[in-house]
Design a protein around this ligand. Structure first.
Ligand code: ZN
Ligand code: ZN
Length: 365
């Protein structure tokens, strides 16, 4: 699949341009690199998009990225300028209103930008989450990339569980084998640092793989994801090595039920808070509410954690095409823990479709 999809990027900019009217802006200066990528396709570390109500958009970068910008965003006029704010101001005629991404500028840069815009006879308007909100709903090409990243992830994780997990191997070794497998299967990289947590370490939600050697009777939690075309997969499975304590057996069954409830609740029209509540209720009822120490999930796409939130009181309404994770967990300090996570896509009707489809029942290896 070609990474250059001019029509998709043009359609995204058209959606963002519609927002300019609502915000009474003549232009928006997009500076956050992931947002610039989503709007244009440009992946360099220095790029800004001046999106204008008139449609005369401009990609601003520097000489290092001239060639890449031409290849990745061939439809966009570009300018090489180390002072994108100055360039943007020169392109506008006063009085003008230019929006900026307030969350992604330092306080100092924001103050300076405002002063310069005022000096030029315009107004600088802080905006929040405009591109991020549009990014929550994925188009077909984005879903295809996420699907590919998720398929590589489950294929590699399935291989690891089938062929490599055994007493005597270390957490760190398993992480390296898994990440190499992602690359062998065509991933461009990892979505995030792989978590391999065995035995008591499985009680630590974000444990970094260590030199701990796996032993019989351990629970083992692996949280991992491949990255394809900039899109992140996210999947967790917890397995046992031989006979595991009855309590952890029961907790696994509980987390599996909570995860299924969360997935079933991830329907168009529900909120992220509803998904969280559906999963949390199952765990609360069984008396393990205090041991479920994080939110039920998060949006996932060009970033591993993005909107919409899937946590207590998260108010954003889910719509078809949103991609998010459902990942309840129960952590018992000193003993171990269980987390089960899938990346899912919200459908227009019915429950969400898991993109990471790998058996969820407790496997004893
Ligand atoms: Zn994860
Ligand atoms: Zn996650």
């Amino acid at each position: 699949m070609s990474q250059v999809n001019v029509a998709d990027h043009r359609a995204r900019r058209a959606r963002l341009r519609e927002r300019l009217g609502a915000l009474d802006l003549d232009a928006l200066l997009v500076t956050e690199p992931v947002n610039v990528r989503w709007c244009t396709g440009f992946t360099g570390s220095n790029g800004q998009l001046l999106l204008r109500a008139t449609g005369e958009d401009l990609l601003i970068t520097d000489a290092r990225y001239d060639e890449r910008a031409g290849a990745e965003a061939p439809d966009l006029p570009r300018a090489l300028d180390r002072d994108p704010v100055g360039l943007a101001i020169r392109r506008m005629s006063p009085p003008f209103r230019v929006g900026f991404e307030a969350e992604h500028l330092t306080w100092q840069a924001g103050q300076r930008l405002r002063e310069r815009v005022i000096d030029a006879g315009g107004a600088g308007v802080p905006t929040t989450g405009e591109v991020e909100e549009l990014r929550t709903v994925k188009d077909e090409r984005e879903i295809a990339l996420l699907r590919e990243a998720c398929e590589i992830t489950t294929s590699a994780l399935g291989w690891l569980l089938d062929e490599q997990v055994q007493p005597g191997i270390t957490e760190a070794r398993l992480a390296r084998l898994l990440e190499d497998r992602f690359l062998d299967l065509g991933a461009e990289g990892v979505a995030f640092d792989t978590i391999v947590a065995s035995g008591p370490n499985a009680a630590i939600p974000h444990h970094a793989p260590s030199d701990r050697v796996l032993q019989r009777g351990d629970m083992l939690t692996i949280d991992c994801g491949a990255r394809v075309g900039g899109y992140h997969a996210d999947c967790t499975r917890t397995v046992g090595l031989g006979h595991v304590p009855d309590l952890l057996h029961d907790v696994h069954r509980l987390v599996q039920q909570a995860q299924a409830a969360g997935r079933s609740a991830a329907v168009a029209g529900a909120t992220g808070g509803d998904v969280d509540a559906a999963a949390r209720q199952v765990i609360d009822k069984a008396g393990f509410g205090q041991e479920f120490v994080h939110g039920t999930g998060h949006g996932v796409g060009l970033e591993i954690h993005e909107a919409p939130a899937v946590a207590r009181r998260a108010a954003a309404t889910l719509v078809a095409g949103m991609t998010l994770t459902v990942e309840p967990g129960v952590y018992l300090p000193g003993l171990g823990g269980v987390r089960i996570e899938d990346t899912v896509v919200v459908n227009a009707d019915g429950p969400a479709t898991p993109l990471t489809d790998l058996p969820r029942e407790l496997r004893l290896l």
